[in-house]
Design a binder for this molecule. Structure first.
Ligand SMILES: Cc1cc2nc3c(=O)[nH]c(=O)nc-3n(C[C@H](O)[C@H](O)[C@H](O)COP(=O)(O)OP(=O)(O)OC[C@H]3O[C@@H](n4cnc5c(N)ncnc54)[C@H](O)[C@@H]3O)c2cc1C
Length: 422
């Protein structure tokens, strides 16, 4: 059987592309190697799925960095507003949380997935689970067919690659398409893990595992020169740091040589050096409390032993006996807690893969490849990635929607569609 459009990958981008093309009347097959659709989608937002970020389209595009403008025309066609309408119309209520992040009201990624599964059904998409594409066969400038792992073939007029990146490979995203697309003539910007925890060399980190801090300032230095800095929540892991601030910073850090990098934590971002010094002096001069007890009032108790060990002060020492130098050492630790970067966690812990198909080779209005006539691309496979906060899923929804339409409009169905919908 020959399909109008064959789509590789049943993640957010592939499901949106398939649903949209099918809804408009194309005969679509969606090929997913897992036995279920949207496995990674279920893990998004800690199982709650932060589906988008509701802000104006220009700001949204800018959040993707210097290449973000590429997405703007797509966002104007199918941006957060249209996406929320899409879900609301299909019975999924949404809510807006801090920093414009949008979640399903039910806090359930499963409900998001169910809407997409229903969309595929109503769009009469032929969903094939357990279908792993192994190879793409091209003749001249067109793809002819796909070869599956069991040798079967899928023939179609158009092909949309939505196979994701390489992160969380256990969900099926194993980066299969990079080699196919390279072979087809596309330039692949080197993939690398992004939105991923930072791994530190400092052994004492292990003692702080699980400690989460609501608002600290994290700065990254390269050979003592500040590279970036941000305020927000962080969490200590067994081997380093994680949390939104760290994940977003990993995008910048990932471009540098980790051996030159240090992290400094300011536990009191709202007090400058002299304000904190005054606070410590007031505490220390007038009290005969033990240092350990006094510090527990200032910082989370789990941090106290580490701070005292690093300061070299006897934890039983009374506050009013602490010397000026000792107070200065503590002050320094509280404002510039120094850590040494080992590197970034790999694909198994990275929320997304940076890099991918060079955007210069993809039409931003239709997602059509400029290299292969009947090829379209959507989702994380593209060389575009945003920070945490719903941006990366919005990229999938927008590019998927556009690819579904683009593949259809470029095909022989265009005329029929225009006749049906004047
Ligand atoms: C833990 C975690 C939490 C996240 N939370 C959020 C969040 O809250 N908000 C947000 O915006 N982003 C979030 N992200 C990022 C977001 O999940 C991804 O950007 C998004 O899933 C990418 O969608 P995609 O459709 O491009 O690819 P994927 O979701 O990776 O889907 C690709 C699909 O293609 C299939 N496939 C691959 N190769 C083949 C093949 N050869 N044959 C057939 N099928 C194949 C895979 O099995 C997979 O199902 C999170 C990511 C992770 C890992």
């Amino acid at each position: 059987m020959k399909y109008d459009i064959a789509i590789i990958g049943g993640g957010p981008a592939g499901m949106m592309a398939a649903g949209r093309a099918g809804e408009l009347g194309a005969g679509v097959v969606l090929l997913e190697k897992n036995s279920k659709l949207g496995i990674k989608l279920l893990a998004t937002g800690g199982g709650r799925s932060n589906i988008t970020n509701i802000r104006n389209n220009r700001e949204l595009a800018d959040s993707f960095g210097s290449k973000g403008h590429w997405l703007l025309s797509g966002l104007n066609k199918f941006g957060p507003k249209e996406l929320i309408e899409f879900f609301n119309k299909r019975g999924l209520k949404t809510k807006i949380e801090e920093e414009n992040r949008v979640f399903p009201k039910s806090n359930s990624a499963r409900d998001v997935l169910q809407v997409l599964i229903d969309y595929l059904k109503s769009s009469k998409v032929d969903v094939k689970l357990g279908f792993e594409v192994k190879r793409i066969v091209r003749i001249e400038n067109k793809i002819k067919k796909l070869i599956l792992s069991d040798g079967r073939e899928i023939v179609a007029d158009k092909f949309i690659v939505c196979s994701g990146g390489k992160s969380y490979p256990s969900t099926g995203s194993t980066g299969d398409a990079y080699k196919w697309l390279k072979h087809l003539g596309h330039r692949i910007v080197s993939p690398r893990p992004s939105l991923t925890p930072i791994i530190l060399r400092d052994k004492f980190i292990k003692d702080l595992e699980g400690l989460s801090l609501k608002e600290v300032k994290i700065s990254c230095y390269q050979n003592n020169k500040k590279l970036c800095s941000s305020v927000g929540p962080v969490i200590f892991t067994a081997d380093g740091l994680s949390g939104p601030v760290i994940l977003n910073m990993s995008e910048i850090i990932g471009r540098e040589d980790p051996k030159d990098l240090q992290i400094k934590i300011d536990f009191f971002p709202n007090l400058d050096f002299s304000q904190l010094d005054r606070k410590l002096r007031e505490e220390f001069n007038s009290s005969s409390k033990m240092l350990k007890n006094a510090l527990s009032q200032l910082v989370p108790p789990r941090l106290v032993d580490t701070l005292i060990n690093l300061s070299g002060i006897n934890s039983q020492k009374k506050l009013n006996l602490i010397t000026r130098e000792e107070r200065k050492a503590l002050h320094h630790l509280l404002k510039e807690f120094n850590l040494t970067v080992f590197g970034l966690a790999g694909y198994d812990r990275a929320m997304i893969t940076a890099g991918g198909v060079d955007l210069k080779e993809v039409n931003s209005r239709t997602m059509q490849s400029k290299i292969i006539e009947n090829l379209y691309l959507a989702g994380e496979i593209l060389d575009l990635n945003g920070p945490t906060g719903g941006y990366n899923l919005q990229l999938c929804w927008t590019s998927g929607y556009l690819a579904g339409e683009g593949a259809l409009f470029e095909s022989r169905f265009l005329n029929n569609y225009l006749l049906l919908k004047p």
